[in-house]
Design a protein. Sequence first.
Lengths: 258, 461
Amino acid sequence: MKKNGVKMIKINSKNVDVYYGKKQALFNINLDIEENQVTALIGPSGCGKSTFLRCLNRMNDVIDICRVKGQIIINDFDINDKSCDVVRLREKIGMVFQKPNPFPKTIYENISYGPTIHGMAQSKNEMDEIVETSLKKAALWEEVKDRLHEPGTGLSGGQQQRLCIARAISVKPEVILMDEPCSALDPIATAQIEELIDELKKDHTIIIVTHSMAQAARVSQNTGFFHLGELIEHGSTDKIFKNPENKKTQDYITGRFG
Amino acid sequence: MNLILFIFIVLLGFTSYYFGRRKAYTIQSTNKRLTALPQFYGYYLAIWCAIPAFIIFSLWAIFEPTIVKLLILSDYSNQGYLDDELNLIYEKTKALSRGQFTGEITPFIEASAEKYLSLRSIAQSSKAVIVLSIIIASVAYAYKKISSNSRTREPVEKFLKAVLFTASLAAILTTVGIVFSLIFQTIDFFKVIPLFDFVFGTHWYPAKAFVRDSSEALDPTMYSDTFGAVPIFAGTFFIAFIAMCVAIPIGLMSGIYLAEYASVKVRQYAKPLIEILAGIPTVVYGFFAALTVGPFLKEIGNSMGLDVSAESALAAGGVMGIMIIPFISSLSDDVITSVPQSLRDGSYAMGATKSETIKKVIFPAALPGIVGSILLGVSRAIGETMIVVMASGLAANLTLNPLESTSTITAQIVVILIGDQAFGDPKTQAAFALGMSLFLVTLCLNIVALRVVKKYREKYE
């Protein structure tokens, strides 16, 4: 989305290096993410695109041996700075994982989890409303409104993934990170999620890691191509797919490797 | 003799395995495709060796003594002996043949003993001959039968299945056997002591039953107010309760620490160290409780002006709790570790802290396993004997004061069965009744545990 013709940059990463123990996984990544757009990260397996995604909400903290260097600036604030509160950061930056991972709780509790830990609802009514809007935004409300108090794990794979998306948007994040959200789903569920992504970009900035180039072309406005830990090329999806500058990008897009 | 025969049969089994495999290789070398791998042919022959041997051995074990006895006693028939006397003669004969007879040796018995020995040796050698010839015949038959297209894999697999089935059957039959051995004595016990008195009586004093001379006639009224099991049931649950009060919080918290907070290095050393607690024999815990903890509590209590018995429920229960810590800690650590990482990631990504994640996501997901580990701990506590015998005394007080001495079901069984026992006496049978009730209690506990686990499984998976 352009405001007065100027692109709004939501996330600005500068010279990001990531190490797993002694092995360097990402080399000097400089990537700007535009606000209220879908940015797709593509590249062959092990190229570091998921690692980069996990830098953006500091999920790499969970991995003991992982070290991140460089600056990632969101809202004029470097999230790698010591003063950054990870709990607040993750409230602003939601994440959806490769495999649907609903909590072993009811559908309602799955959604109310985030708002509860961030103290976002003062009353039961407010919470009910948050749950309803989140499920509606995730296009799941009609399917589950009569069984909110049944376990979330009883849903189908596609429904579980939409539940996870609803869970992520329940705390009204500014950014949603999606790590191959459709790789465990069938084509119909995938189509539903893609439609949803398009809908969500009105309110959220979305970054999606995907193995499917068709999916990247369908859902994203911007694309970044990673290879062996380096960001080879990034730009508008149109340009990357139709007229890539780099030979490697072209080879990958046309299916010559990866 | 039997041992040599057995070793010989085992060697024969190996030989037939070798021959079976060799035949398979021979068939293979003529460029014919086998229906199974060569070793299956070997196993097939070995089974043809094992099954006949097993059948003959068991038949022999069943029938040999009966037949020998019949032959020996046929000499004494028509002489007007009673059945009991005949049995006695046979026992004497056997004892004499083993050289263990101490009474007066009559010529009759001596002759019988000689006959017994010769019969036994005939039986042994004929057994050896029959077993070996049948085995060789069956192996030879099977060896001739196997060819390139004979089925060997299926019978071998079936045989393995049968062996495994027998093994599990043995475990189940043992349980059934134990229950039956308890049931009959228990029924006899309740013929003398009314069930009502046992279940609701509040006075347990089996020593009263010791006083009776076994030659005196049984007088049920004498036992009223002797076998009231309420105090020892109460004591059992009370001590188990104290033990769980110690074991559940410490075990669970250390389990959570190990699984979620401890670094790989700490965990590597801490977990085995905690598990060492499980390897300490309970008798060692027993004297730790009796000689260290008990007097220590007494001293502290006395200094505070409390009347503390040196043998107290608190000492026994507390030490028992320490004994149970590793079970709960280790099991809950395993269960928590097996909660998928994706659930943790999901929670962290929502901005939850570690403790929130543990409390709200991991703990509920791991609950079935944790409940299972706690119930396992409870049944350990209820079945524990040594610590109670040594540290909490043997007097069955009906009390809820942890500073007094109490006794448990297991400790009372020990009291009853130590020293001289008269079978068929209510005093001895009381032990069986107690064992039966203990069995029922743990059975109920296990059923409840399974129910709980199943219920949460349905909910969480």
